[in-house]
Each structure stands twice: as C-alpha cells, then as structure tokens.
Design a binder for this molecule. Structure first.
Ligand SMILES: Nc1nc2c(c(=O)[nH]1)N[C@H]1C(S)=C(S)[C@@H](COP(=O)(O)O)O[C@H]1N2
Ligand SMILES: [Mo]
Length: 249
C-alpha cells in the first residue's frame, strides 16, 4: 500500500462525512453523530486490515526497561487495600450480563485456564508508548465458558478505581472481545501484575489505544447496548473528555 492505513481511513471518513453530513445532522441528535462516525471508522479499518489481523508482537529484548504507569496507579478504597494486603486470595472476578452461566472466578481459577503470552506495544493518546510482555486468560475463553447470548454485542469492563467519584469502565465490541490477543492479564514481564498496572487483573486489547485497556477489572458484563450505562458513551474517557469509543490503532 502506498499511503498509510491511518491516512486512507481518515480519507474514507472525510469523504463520507462530507457526503452524508447534512443528512446525519438532520436526522440524528448531535451526540449520536460521533458514534456513527466511530462505527464507520471501525468498519472501514476492518475492511482494510481484516477483523482477525494481529497486532505486532516483539522480542523479549525489545521490552521497555521502564513501562510508564498512567491514569490510576493505585486504588484507595478499603476493599482494594484489603485484597492487595491479602495477595488477592479471596478476590473474585464476576462474568455476567447476557450469559447463560454467570461466573465468579479467583485468580487461581484464571491461572488454571489456557493462557496466552504476548509482547506488544502500548500506545497512549497522550503521546507515549511502551513495550511489555503480558500473560493472561483469553477473553474468548471466558465468554465461551459463560455461554453468551446471541444478542450480545459488547463487553463492558468494570474497574475498582474511581476518578473523583466516577468509576473507571470501558467497553469493546464482540470482534475485539473474541480476538486471540484480547486477554485478561494477570502477569506483566514475568511477574504478578503490579498494583500500578492494574493488579490483580487488567484487559489487554492490543489493536486499541491505551485508554481501552481497563486496569483493576472486577466485573465483565456482556451487554447489547452501552448507551444506558454511566454517561452513555461506552467508557470513562469517552464520557468525560469526548475520546472516541472506537480507538483502533
Ligand atoms: N481502571 C483504569 N484503567 C485504565 C486507566 C485508569 O485510570 N483506570 N487509564 C488508562 C490509560 S489512559 C492508559 S494509557 C493505560 C495505562 O496503563 P499502564 O498504567 O499499565 O501504563 O491504562 C488505561 N486503563
Ligand atoms: Mo492513555
């Protein structure tokens, strides 16, 4: 390809936006415009790269000596402090929502399941990147175990940390959720996941920007629509700062 993927997608997006803008503005409330363009960008990107394309993986010696921690680096609720002090021995992850078999799993349960290890680059919108190694349970495995409904469209991640008094959360669609590099990670660079990087469990969704990679995950919820949840935009920064829900790299 002669032009970069980003440029091509931006070009496709701009073309449609110009052609379809008037109609969208007449028929859709302003806050739905952003999400229609988000979904258009997503579909255009998947047309170019394919829904199963893998994010680049790196060699062990390419790992960043200092992987920056961003956003919450600690969780100051009494419940989290207790779990941390206790080595997360009685901590549980819940998997629920539109599933036939809700799950409640300990870290030991997760560690007995099939695992995947990958060395990938994390890209934050604030303009920094870092390469790290992650080991965890494929999200697809958990979703199959829980037997998700045919109507399920998104997977929502609830986190233990609050920003002010708003809990952090994120959501991804089923194609990202079932992708082989989408894992619930409990190890980083060969060590148990450190507190500042989301202990005991965080999402790695390698084809998406940093803010989608929810840390301190305590609940996974399978849903049909995120517009009725929290601020309605599908994620903490989407609600708070207008970050795009589609954060494909
Ligand atoms: N629960 C939670 N998850 C979060 C955040 C946060 O503040 N809270 N920050 C996000 C952002 S913007 C980035 S770049 C990454 C940072 O992950 P790191 O601290 O492991 O580098 O976590 C993401 N996930
Ligand atoms: Mo970020």
């Amino acid at each position: 390809m002669i032009i970069g993927r980003r440029k091509l997608i931006a070009g496709l997006g701009a073309g449609i936006a110009l052609g379809g803008c008037q109609k969208i503005l007449e028929t859709e409330p302003a806050d739905r415009l952003a999400s229609s363009l988000d979904l258009f960008t997503r579909d255009a990107q998947r047309l170019v790269t394919g829904p199963n394309a893998l994010a680049r993986e790196y060699a062990p010696d390419e790992r960043s000596p200092d992987f920056r921690a961003n956003g919450s680096r600690t969780v100051d609720t009494p419940e989290y402090r207790r779990h941390l002090a206790n080595g997360f021995a009685d901590w549980r992850l819940s998997v629920g929502g539109m599933v036939a078999r809700p799950l409640s799993l300990s870290i030991a349960d997760l560690q007995q399941m099939p695992a995947r290890t990958q060395i990938t680059r994390h890209d934050c919108v604030e303009g920094w990147s870092a390469i790290g190694q992650w080991t965890g349970t494929p999200l697809s495995h958990l979703l199959r175990l829980a037997r998700i409904s045919d109507k399920a469209r998104y997977v929502l991640f609830r986190c233990a940390d609050n920003y002010g008094d708003t809990p952090y959360y994120e959501s991804i669609d089923m194609i990202e959720a079932m992708h082989p590099q989408t894992i619930m990670a409990w190890r980083m660079n060969g060590q148990p996941l450190p507190e500042r990087h989301g202990a005991p469990l965080r999402l790695r969704v390698e084809r998406q920007l940093g803010y989608k990679h929810a840390k301190y995950v305590t609940g996974i919820e399978v849903i049909e629509d995120f517009r009725t949840i929290a601020g309605g935009k599908g994620g903490f920064w989407e609600d708070r700062a207008g970050y795009q829900w589609w954060a494909g790299i």
